[in-house]
Design a binder for this molecule. Structure first.
Ligand code: BG6
Length: 472
């Protein structure tokens, strides 16, 4: 019989990102971020030409207009019973180009209002400092994160938001899905690898950008703890498990190596040092990192308090398939045991329990599931209602898997469903890939009233939260 293991103060929540929800992409002094330069389409994240193309469509420029409608949206989130709400601060609202010395006051005021509202509902804000939101200017003029000047710009930005919101925000994350520096180098690390002459050059760019992000993250942690010692500052990774495609030891070992391409990031950010296996990666791929005096000490001192991660699905790996430049974000071969979503994402709740255990065994640090969810096409029925049993099923199975993981001994502090209200997809820029318990009337062509409407799953998640995971 099912029995809930969720601790009393478990942080049930929902998660969005500024660039996928706020819209108002140039309002009140905001500058363009890398996400604003990428059009809708299935190759959006590899769109290395960064000029806006009038022939293309950019749904995130309006998003769901959260910038103007956040009061209504947060009221809905409060009705849903959320204990916490994860979003990001749009870096370019605070520093429009990224290298300014003084922040943009209008941008700061938006988050003053948003966080005060969350607090008024007793909803804990969980804040990502950079969620695929590197200022476009820093990408174009400085070359993105491969340039170590970004460390100072990021540190300045982080200090400004820490100071400003130190009494409103306790939980922070430094970079969203930092391990996607490999799989999605442009959006995750602001680097253009399209001109690199070979794999060696690509890897050099990506690992240099990663090193600079490690130092920036550590500096933020160090500064943050001085500003408020109670801050909990996490790292954040995308952690789909990677299964070997067969029992062939070649597949098993290579899958393990591929997995380490991702765990490399949490190894550094949680343990504070480069792992031994990285020496071999460096040697075999001719990697020459610019590590300045003091960097390694900074990384050691600025370790993260918890591991935030996203979990959507698992992937399969067969030996001999390219592993360079991939951290497992790719789906790989089809898994015959799993059903898939319309976007080809395998549905694998047991994989979720597996990852929670894997991470607990490796780090013995608190885990925060800061993204989990299912993207679906939602359609109103004849009377205009949205029935979404597949979303409820996914939610139920993943909550059950998480409950098992807690029973297994994993210290999971919270769970934020991705996109509790429909938002623009990060991967494809679409509006029609929906995760929400709340429908937003807007489609891929930009049509719709933006009106919000609860789906059937709304009451289901509400009930899960109300009963602290007991009533599924
Ligand atoms: C994660 C990102 O990779 O997955 C989110 O942190 C993103 O920003 C989410 O939205 C789901 O991906 P997609 O492509 O379906 O939006």
């Amino acid at each position: 019989m099912y029995q809930s293991n969720f601790p009393e103060n478990f942080l049930w929540g929902g998660a969005i990102a500024a660039n996928q929800a706020e819209g108002a992409y140039l309002e009140d002094g905001k500058g363009m971020s890398i996400a604003d330069a990428l059009p809708m389409g299935k190759d959006r994240v590899y769109h290395f030409s960064l000029e806006l193309d009038p022939e293309k469509h950019y749904p995130n420029h309006e998003g769901i207009d959260f910038y103007h409608r956040y009061e209504e949206d947060i009221a809905l989130m409060a009705e849903l019973g959320l204990k916490c709400f994860r979003t990001s601060i749009a870096w370019t609202r605070i520093f429009p180009k990224g290298d300014e010395l003084e922040p943009n006051e209008a941008g700061l005021q938006f988050y003053d209002r948003l966080f005060a509202l969350l607090k008024s509902y007793n909803i804990e804000p969980i804040i990502t400092i950079s969620h695929f939101e590197t200022p476009l200017y820093l990408v174009k003029e400085y070359g993105g994160w491969k340039n170590r000047q970004l460390i100072d710009f990021y540190e300045r930005y982080a200090k400004v938001v820490f100071e400003r919101y130190k009494d409103q925000v306790t939980y922070w994350m430094t970079f969203n899905e930092i391990n996607h520096a490999h799989t999605l180098p442009l959006i995750a690390a602001g680097v253009d690898i399209s001109q690199a002459k070979d794999e060696t050059e690509k890897l050099n760019i990506i690992y240099q950008a990663s090193h600079n992000m490690f130092v920036a993250s550590a500096k933020a942690v160090i500064a943050g703890k001085k500003i408020n010692p109670d801050f909990q500052i996490g790292c954040m990774l995308s952690l789909s498990p990677i299964y070997p495609a067969s029992t062939n030891p070649e597949d098993v070992f290579e899958s393990y190596q591929l997995r380490r391409r991702s765990l490399f990031y949490s190894d550094v950010q949680l343990r504070g040092e480069y792992p031994g296996y990285f020496n071999r990666i460096v040697k075999e791929n001719d990697i020459y990192l610019d590590i300045q005096p003091g960097d390694l000490e900074t990384i050691k001192e600025g370790t993260c308090d918890y591991l935030g991660f996203s979990y959507y699905r698992s992937s399969l790996h067969r030996a001999g398939t390219k592993i360079l430049g991939n951290t497992g974000g790719l789906i790989g071969e089809k898994n015959p045991y799993l059903k898939e979503t319309a976007w080809g994402w395998p549905i694998d709740p047991l994989g979720f329990r597996y990852v929670c255990n894997e991470l607990t065994d490796r780090y013995q640090k608190p885990l925060f599931v800061v993204e989990n969810g299912i993207g679906l096409f939602d359609q109103a029925d004849e009377v205009g209602e949205f029935n979404d049993p597949d979303r409820m099923e996914y939610l139920k199975e993943h909550v059950m898997a998480m409950n098992e993981a807690i029973e297994d001994g994993c210290d999971i502090i919270g769970y934020t469903w991705w996109g509790p209200i429909d938002i623009v997809s990060a991967g494809t820029g679409e509006m029609d890939k929906r995760y929400g318990f709340v429908y937003v009337d807007r489609n891929n062509d930009g049509e719709g009233t933006l009106e919000r409407k609860k789906k059937a799953s709304f009451d289901y998640y509400k009930q899960i939260i109300e009963t602290n995971g007991a009533n599924l």
